[in-house]
Design a protein around this ligand. Sequence first.
Ligand SMILES: [Zn+2]
Length: 83
Amino acid sequence: METTTKISEKRWQPGAIVPQSGVYVMHHRDRHSKAEEIVLLADKHFPQCEVCQGEASFELVRTAPYVFHDDDFHSDDTDERRP
Ligand SMILES: [Zn+2]
């Protein structure tokens, strides 16, 4: 029984919407540049690489919630506990 989606196997392309804030690895075409870890924020676009021209890919390493997106978080068992 799957508890979470297989995010580790998913790849994204430049220009796609970042699904979750976190650390991603950017893989370059033909390995012209070393794969590098970058931090991306949810709802932004994955960046273009001038050399890869859209053929780079991104892989999620780990999520890292962005504190200022607090209002967007899905809470499991709390419904807006506001005074
Ligand atoms: Zn590149």
